[in-house]
Design a protein around this ligand. Sequence first.
Ligand code: NAD
Length: 281
Amino acid sequence: MEFTKIDGLKISAEVKAEVKEEVGRLAEIGVVPCLAVVLVGDDPASKIYVANKQKACEAVGIKSLSYILPEDTEQDELDELIESLNESGEVNGILVQLPLPKHLDEDRVIKLISPKKDVDCFHPYNVGRLWTGDPFFLPCTPAGVIELIKRSGFEIEGKDCVVIGRSNIVGKPVSALLQAENGTVTMCHSKTKNLGEICKRADIIVVATGHPNTLTADMVKNGAVVIDVGINRKPDGKLCGDADYENISKKGVAMTPVPGGVGPMTIAMLMKNCVKAVSGE
Ligand code: NAD
C-alpha cells in the first residue's frame, strides 16, 4: 500500500455537515441545542480550545453560552454554577474545560455535572455505560479516532489493535471503543515491556502518550493504520504528535498528521454529543 494521509480536517467537516443538518431538523420543531462552556483561569491553550469549540457551535447552529471565571474562583462558586446549569431548562450540554487551576477538584467537578448533560462523557455513569456496551454519549476524542478509521475505509473487526497510553480521557475509552468494534486490543503504557515488538504486530495503532517520537518507523509494519492523538509543542513553537510522522510516512501506512488529524475530530464529535443531549432518552 502507498502512504495515505488520513485527513481529519476533511472527515471532521463531513461530520459537522451531518450535525448541521440534524440541527436544521431540530430548528424546524423550534429546538435549538445549547452548550454551556465553563473556563476557569487564563491557561492560553484552554482559551484556544474553548474559542474553537464555540466557533464550531456557531458553524453548525448550536447556541453556546460561555462562563469565564477568574483563576482564584472558589470551589463553592464553581459548584454553584454547575448546579445551576444542571437545572437550567435551556442548557443541554455542559463542558468544563480541563485542566482546572490546582486548587480546584477536577474529579468532584466531573461527578457534579448531570450525566444527561455530560457531553465530554467523563462522568463515571457514562464511562460505566461505555464499558458495559450501552453508551449514551461517546467520549469525543476516542469517538473521533474510531470515525477516522472507519470513514477512511479501514475495518476494525478482527484486527490487532494496539493503544499506547491508558488515560481516562484517551487510552482507556479508545480501547473500549475498539473492542466494541470487535478489534483485538492490547493496551500499552509506560511500564509495558517490548513496546516495539507489540506494535510491530499491530494492524491499527493509536498513540496517546504526550511524548513526541513514542512511536517510531521501526515499530510500524507496512499496511498499518496509525492514529496519532498527541499534541506537543516543539522548541520552534510548531505542533507535533506522539509519532514520528516524518519517517513513518515514508512507509506504506495510513496515518493522521498533527495538526489536522484527531484534533478537529474531537470538536466535531462534541457537536454530535450536543445534539444527542437534546434527544435525552
Ligand atoms: P496522560 O498523560 O494522561 O496519559 C499518558 C499515558 O501514556 C499514560 O497512560 C502513560 O502510561 C502512557 N505513556 C507515557 N509515556 C509512555 C511511553 N514512553 N510508552 C508507553 N506509554 C507511555 O495523557 P492524555 O491525556 O491521554 O493525552 C495524551 C496526548 O494526547 C497528549 O499529547 C494530549 O495533549 C493529547 N490529547 C489530544 C486530544 C485531541 O483532541 N487531539 C485530546 C486529549 C489529549
